[in-house]
Design a protein around this ligand. Structure first.
Ligand code: 2AM
Ligand code: CA
Length: 265
């Protein structure tokens, strides 16, 4: 039998420890490299933090498998068994340029079902945490179920790169939506954007491309507060592939999906 309470306690401990290591190493020189494009950054700290989690997990839970952004974990084609999906630093560009607004993001799954979600805003010392069926928290404060918000009072987070890069949905649909909502934001860390939706600080988040480690933990948080997440085409996430993401308060998700993304249907 998997002892989920033990996993939960130890995962929270490791996340806070990794956070202090990141803070400490920010005093030293960073080695910055690029990945898929000149703006897709990775540092030695991203890699060292992922290595820290892999070493901890392999020593303590040798049967668990790991999917990590920096690729030092396992090559996964299924979510069978217990799987940790890890983004050691989500918002690496913020980490490098701003030294804030980045997070450690970890989703732990059992046979494809999200059990534990952890998103740690290192510099704010805010740990978002969800345990399947037992609610979501920010530090020790329970996050209430999301309440209905009129679209005119909604704040939505949008990754502006969408406007220039998206080919699947006409970026022009964004203008009337931006006009109708109360405000727009772009934080640059998908994990923190999803945590903000779960905390009711923003009401929806739209982006055209996220990897499983960007969205896994956030989805587990959203499950606990009644948030909805689909691709912009309305599909479910696989937690193994890259997807577009429309996440939000149920009422706002519905309006954006029906009245803006798919108004022509
Ligand atoms: P990262 O900082 O871990 O790379 C920025 O809008 C958000 O999108 C961040 O969460 C960032 O994660 C993620 N992101 C950046 N480039 C990406 C890419 N090529 N594919 C998927 N997600 C990406
Ligand atoms: Ca990421």
């Amino acid at each position: 039998m998997t002892n989920w309470t033990e996993i939960d306690e130890i995962a929270k401990k490791w996340v806070r420890e990794a956070g202090s290591r990141i803070k400490q190493s920010m005093q030293e020189n960073l080695t910055i490299e690029t990945k898929s494009n000149p703006n897709d950054l990775v540092t030695n700290i991203d890699k060292e933090t992922e290595r820290f989690f892999i070493d901890c997990i392999q020593q303590t839970f040798p049967g668990h498998r790991i999917l990590g952004e920096e690729g030092q974990g396992d090559k996964l084609h299924s979510l069978d068994g217990v799987v940790w999906i890890i983004d050691p630093i989500d918002g690496t560009m913020n980490f490098v340029h701003q030294q804030r607004h980045f997070a450690i993001s970890i989703g732990i799954f059992e046979n494809g079902k999200g059990k534990i979600g952890l998103i740690y805003d290192v510099m704010q010392d805010e740990l978002y945490h969800a345990f399947s069926g037992e609610g979501a928290y920010m530090n020790d404060t329970a996050l209430p179920s999301l309440r209905e918000v009129p679209i005119e009072e909604a704040i939505i987070a949008v990754n502006a790169t969408w406007v220039t890069e998206n080919r699947r949905i006409d970026p022009g649909i964004l203008a009337p939506l931006v006009k109708r909502v109360r405000g727009t934001r772009s934080y640059g860390s998908a994990a923190l954007e999803l945590a903000s939706v779960a905390a009711g600080r923003i009401d929806a988040y739209i982006t055209m491309r996220l990897a499983p480690w960007d969205y896994a933990a956030g989805c587990i948080l959203l499950n606990e507060v009644g948030g909805i997440y689909t691709t912009v085409e309305g599909e479910h996430f696989t937690f193994l592939d890259n997807h577009s993401v429309l996440a939000g308060n149920p009422a706002i998700h519905k309006i954006i999906f029906n009245d803006y993304l798919h108004a022509d249907k």
